[in-house]
Write a protein that binds this ligand. Structure first.
Ligand code: HEM
Length: 213
């Protein structure tokens, strides 16, 4: 289903209302980010505020990525597509770019927590959880810079779509990044990201069976 036909079929939804809903969700993301960053002035961020903000930005990145990946799964599994899902499809690019920008903040607070010392850079190539994080970062960077109409045209639809599938490698790298962190909540993240990987696998089986029929 092309984006254009989704947009046409959204005419059922009153444009003013849909624009309003669209901006409520968009603002909610950045109010959530600003709440934590401006929290430096009013929240108790503990002994190392930069590490606390690194964690919070890491979590927000993961939530935005999770929503975007779940939308991708629902698009393939839910037929016919309900109106809210058609509407949400149009927001995937905003969510995708927002998740990358929050990820940049996650990495920024890592370097701030390390005082921008040279070892903060060398560690990225020596510590396993940081190597995994950096690889996932590189993949999400490629996806963010190709999330525009120019890149879609330049790469011509199918090739662009194939490129966007590298997100699945990032998903596994993020799981490994988080579970190889000493103090991370292994149960929470294994269920969260592991569950997402399982849903992806279910989706591929359904699509594969559908194509075989
Ligand atoms: C260059 C890339 C990256 C760096 C330098 C980095 C750095 C870090 C650091 C320092 C921590 C905290 C470790 C600790 O508590 O001791 C962390 C945790 C985390 N990172 Fe990353 N990370 C990177 C990429 C990513 C990516 C791509 C994601 C994707 C969503 C991500 C999500 C998270 C999450 C969810 C946590 C756990 C937060 C928590 O414990 O609550 N990171 N990362």
């Amino acid at each position: 289903m092309s984006l254009l036909s989704v947009q046409e079929s959204c005419h059922g939804v009153n444009m003013t209302k849909s624009t309003l809903i669209r901006w409520v969700f968009r603002l909610a993301i950045w109010i959530w980010v600003l709440y934590w960053i401006l929290g430096i002035f009013w929240l108790d961020l503990g002994a190392s505020p930069a590490l606390k903000l690194n964690h919070e930005m890491g979590q927000i990145t993961l939530v935005l990525l999770t929503v975007n990946l779940l939308l991708g799964i629902l698009i393939d599994l839910w037929r016919p597509l309900p109106t809210w899902l058609r509407f949400a499809i149009q927001e995937r690019r905003f969510w995708g770019i927002s998740s990358f920008l929050v990820l940049v903040l996650h990495v920024f607070f890592y370097f701030l927590n390390e005082g921008f010392e040279p070892k903060a850079w060398t560690q990225v190539f020596t510590k396993t959880y940081l190597i995994l994080g950096a690889l996932a970062f590189a993949i999400l960077f490629v996806m963010a810079v190709t999330s525009n109409n120019w890149a879609v045209k330049k790469l011509r639809g199918p090739r662009w779509k194939r490129l966007q599938r590298i997100v699945y490698a990032a998903q596994v790298l993020i799981l490994l990044h988080v579970i190889s962190i000493e103090k991370a909540d292994l149960i929470k993240y294994s269920i969260w990201i592991g569950g997402l990987c399982a849903l992806q696998a279910a989706r591929w089986i359904v699509v594969w069976n559908r194509r075989r029929v």
